[in-house]
Design a protein around this ligand. Structure first.
Ligand code: FE
Length: 219
């Protein structure tokens, strides 16, 4: 999973995507697919530059929540974020990042709800040798979801397991995060095999911070 960042003059913004594709190797072209509803979409069209930060496997869920489930029209996502400016002038998120690419836009394709942007890599760097966060790990191990603007979004996830109360999954009514007792919530030190009913009082949704009364059984 990646953070794609861009700018409109002094306004910086970015969002999370789960897929980036290498298009060619010479020149090095990479494509990303972004909803027209996202602010970053308009920033890329205007500035013609963007960056891609590769997220590390242990990226906290609340960091994913901020970049993936909040709009840059409501909050300044770069506040309290470590970043730097790339050669192209695009901002690059450095927190929880194992490496980045700095790209200038060379082509874009209108695909109904989304636009595929193709950028040429101008600069890239590996910052550390951590493992990347995959969408599979985020979704299946950590219980994460796609935002409604993501091309992978297909309605809030999993069918319930017809199992005992203890194994029951609970879904956040605000953001769709699914609490899975088998996985627990590692960011909040909740070990696997913790039923929803035994979560400590004060536990909140790791993605959107909604309180427990916002959750309902997934059925
Ligand atoms: Fe939530």
């Amino acid at each position: 999973m990646y953070i794609v960042s861009s700018r409109d003059d002094d306004e910086l913004n970015g969002l999370i995507i789960n897929t980036a594709n290498q298009v060619t190797s010479s020149p090095p072209l990479v494509s990303v697919n972004i909803s027209k509803k996202n602010l970053t979409h308009d920033h890329i069209l205007k500035s013609k530059v963007f960056s891609i930060s590769i997220l590390r496997k242990d990226t906290p869920m609340n960091f994913v929540g901020k970049w993936g489930f909040k709009s840059g029209r409501q909050i300044d996502k770069f506040q309290d974020t470590n970043y730097k400016f790339a050669v192209t002038g695009a901002p690059i998120v450095m927190d929880h990042t194992i490496g980045y690419m700095d790209l200038k836009l060379v082509s874009h394709l209108d695909v109904s709800s989304h636009t595929i942007f193709v950028g040429e890599v101008v600069e890239s760097e590996i910052i550390n040798d951590g493992e990347p966060l995959t969408y599979n790990y985020y979704r299946d191990i950590k219980g994460g979801q796609s935002s409604k603007n993501a091309p992978t979004y297909s309605g809030w996830a999993d069918k319930p397991k017809k199992d005992s109360e203890e194994k029951m999954k609970w879904v956040c009514g605000k953001c769709g995060y699914v609490y899975d007792p088998l996985a627990g919530d590692m960011d909040s030190d909740i070990p696997p095999y913790t039923p929803f009913s035994r979560l400590p009082s004060g536990w909140v949704c790791p993605l959107c911070k909604a309180e427990m009364d916002q959750f309902s059984k997934l059925d």
